[in-house]
Design a protein around this ligand. Sequence first.
Ligand SMILES: C[S@@+](CC[C@H](N)C(=O)[O-])C[C@H]1O[C@@H](n2cnc3c(N)ncnc32)[C@H](O)[C@@H]1O
Length: 449
Amino acid sequence: MTTFDPRRAAFDILCQVEDGAFSDLALDRFLVSQPQTDPRDRGLLTELVYGVLRRRGRIDFALSRFCRQPLHKLEPGILCLLRLGAHQLLHLDKVPARAAVYETVELARKVKLQRACGLLNGVLRALDREKARIPWPAAADPQAHLEHTLSIPGWLAKRWLAEWGAEEAVALAAAFLEPAPTTLRVNTLKTSRDAYLSELRRQGGEGRPGHYVPEALHVLARGDSGLPGNQEGWYQVQDQASQMMAHLLDPHPGEHILDACAAPGGKTTHIAALAANDALITALDLHPQRVTLIRDGAVRLGCRGVEAEACDLSRTPTKWPPESFDRILVDAPCSGLGVLRRNPETRWRRKAADIRQMAQLQKTILHHVAPLLRSGGTLVYSVCTFTPEETEAVISDFLARHPEFVRQDPRDSLPEHWHNLFDSQGALRTFPHRHDGMDAFWAVRMIKK
Ligand SMILES: C[S@@+](CC[C@H](N)C(=O)[O-])C[C@H]1O[C@@H](n2cnc3c(N)ncnc32)[C@H](O)[C@@H]1O
């Protein structure tokens, strides 16, 4: 077993994220390149990267009390080192304070920022001495509590308070600070959930069935050799909320189905499995390199009938005649605020203007796919966010422009224990602090008259 320096790797990955990389992809890339390494180093690296990104608001609140310069005036590399050191001091019980300070100063030397050693030493030691006396804003001041204690950017905190009220906004923010569960969709084309769980246990792991989706399995512990059956296509890593969308679409064998925004293909391959591998599925995505992921996934999972191709649905699609499809899923590009646990940097990247832009794109995509659905066909619109602009407002706009569609309350056709996931308008809404740890998704089912 080889070793690597988790703090150095975390620094490099956080710098990449600062330059626009996605933390989950950058972390995966690094971990895949270091297969034979100590699980404790891998664990610390993951904790450092996700922890700093999730708790940045709180870390900065603490640092700004001890740093004479405003944080935004610091060199990005130095600020990154300060955040790494502060996260260890504030949130990692298992790292002794002396080690957190010493290792951060040493790291500064390794990354050629030795000129910051004095600053790092001074600020981190002061933080360690005074950390019990930091006046964290309490829930009585919900805006400050959300921003500085729970690390929600100010503009988002303001929106959540207006939309949800203080108690719910705080509960949601707290849930988004926790790591997301590892949830699998067991591939029923190759095995069953019971058989997979038995195999996981046989190899020293542990899991528990998802509460809602019959294929969902939460992994509680991995065996020594990881998860069984990756190459064999026994599973797809997929949040349980995401797994609900193919069930909402309700595909049947023999149908022609359009998955309009399909990459990397989690829902496409689920649709294939639910249709007993006997549907023709046209899977589109804007980005050709992401279309490759759909094809690779379909091969690994043994899905037949998947035709994946690049297509920009912000333009009118001309390849398919009207009424070509029996069912359409629009799993639209969105602000992604429902998956903050998995993409923690999203909270710092998103701007209010993005939400308006996304909503416009979602309306355009829906408008362009509407003619492709046959009369009597089913259209499901889903997003992994919960802003009113990208959910109810998109559907109101769509139904006003397309009176040939009606909303359908799907509860009658779904298991009874799903019913509490629907609001009074028949929209599916999931939240991590309420529903079996699921990501926050929103979806509606519509029928073409
Ligand atoms: C939420 S993701 C889809 C996730 C996918 N359904 C799954 O379950 O694996 C949204 C997708 O929309 C794609 N997209 C963005 N703009 C698009 C456009 N104009 N036309 C088609 N696809 C688009 C993105 O590339 C992205 O892959």
